[in-house]
Design a protein around this ligand. Structure first.
Ligand code: SAM
Ligand code: SF4
Length: 328
């Protein structure tokens, strides 16, 4: 097994995780993300397979071990199976994950697993069909739930259900979500609603602090699991009576950025050092005429510009209009 030393930034954070967006297009209209649906404001000139290969090789040389494919909706890419396969066959990459809204997942999943998919996150912000439709614009809850079951049956190593809790849209489903993992080997992942350029008022009305969820969990017997250093910013909980786990992503919590272990590449090949940074760095002009080693060196140099923390607390979400732009 190849194990390159992970690159580190000036704050001694090590980067072993790449979030690679393969499209910014989406077929859903989640109320907190793309309430008016996807609107193409530039050409759909997404990275080709060959360009993705170069990016992933360069990151692997810099010590990346895990690649998550995200979007927009990544299942809209016709070559998704090939993308998963090339990530998985890159020396140094140990784990390949996918985040999807689940729209087409059951049809695709057997081929994705065969191509090497290790981890799957599906998003569902309600367990009630009507409410799911109100939040996403699509009557597809059953497809997502079937996708979760199929993933465990097909042996996907980690299966997660992503949920963004919102004060008026689904907070009353909190205990139903937790109950959902009682007898399932699935991790429930609550993602705190984040403010983006486009959702300011929505955020102000709907945001639920992660500590409120933690309180509820702790009251009902869930206990926090100690995580390894550099394991990333999620907080994990277990319960003896539950087969599944619960994880929380709390970007507004104190010191959240101290455990950052990830870098992001947009579907058009821009390096984003932070989800909420003002700037990005264009890698595309270098992808085909630089070797993976040269590209790895370039990324390592750019990492020097990574800031210590995001500015979300000041209501500043950088240039991120919505998370479909970059994949969360
Ligand atoms: N389309 C795929 C999906 O929805 O799973 C992948 C991309 S989506 C941007 C990745 C994750 O980000 C989803 O779980 C979604 O719920 C979450 N997300 C999107 N906008 C968000 C926001 N403003 N705050 C918190 N989570 C958000
Ligand atoms: Fe699409 Fe995912 Fe955004 Fe929903 S959260 S609109 S599925 S990109």
């Amino acid at each position: 097994m190849i194990n390159h030393t992970p690159i580190a930034d000036t704050y001694q954070r090590r980067f072993t995780y790449l979030r690679l967006s393969v499209t910014d297009r989406c077929n859903f209209r989640c109320n907190y993300c793309l309430p008016d649906g996807y609107c193409a404001d530039s050409q759909e000139d997404y990275l080709s397979l060959e360009e993705i290969k170069k990016v992933v090789e360069a990151f692997a040389l810099n010590g990346t071990r895990k690649v998550r494919i995200t979007g927009g909706e990544p299942t809209l890419r016709k070559d998704l199976v090939e993308i998963i396969h090339l990530c998985k066959s890159t020396p140094g990459i140990e784990s390949v994950a996918l985040t999807s809204n689940g729209y087409k997942i059951t049809r695709l999943l057997p081929r994705l697993v065969e191509a090497g998919l290790d981890q799957l996150n599906l998003s569902a912000d309600s367990l009630r069909a009507e409410n799911f439709k109100l939040i996403t614009g699509h009557d597809k809850l059953q497809e997502v739930l079937h996708g979760l079951t199929l993933a465990t049956e097909l042996g996907v190593k980690r299966v997660k259900l992503n949920v963004v809790l919102m004060r008026e849209h689904n907070l009353e489903e909190l205990s139903a979500f937790v109950h959902f993992v009682k007898n399932k080997p699935i991790t429930l992942r609550f993602i705190e609603l984040m403010q983006t350029g486009d959702n300011r008022e929505f955020y102000q009305a709907q945001h639920v602090g992660g500590s409120e969820i933690q309180e509820q969990l702790e009251k009902t017997g869930w206990s926090q699991v100690l995580r390894e250093p550099h394991a990333g910013p999620a907080v994990e909980y277990t319960h003896t009576n539950y087969q599944g786990n619960v994880g929380l992503i709390m970007p507004y919590s104190k010191n959240f950025c101290q455990s950052c272990n990830r870098l992001r590449i947009s579907a058009r090949g821009n390096l984003h050092l932070c989800l909420f940074a003002e700037d990005h760095h264009k890698l595309r002009p270098h992808l085909l005429n630089e070797s993976s080693r040269e590209l790895a060196k370039r990324i390592k140099t750019l990492l020097g510009y990574k800031g210590e923390a995001h500015d979300l607390h000041q209501g500043n979400s950088g240039s991120t209009k919505h998370l479909a732009m970059l994949g969360g």
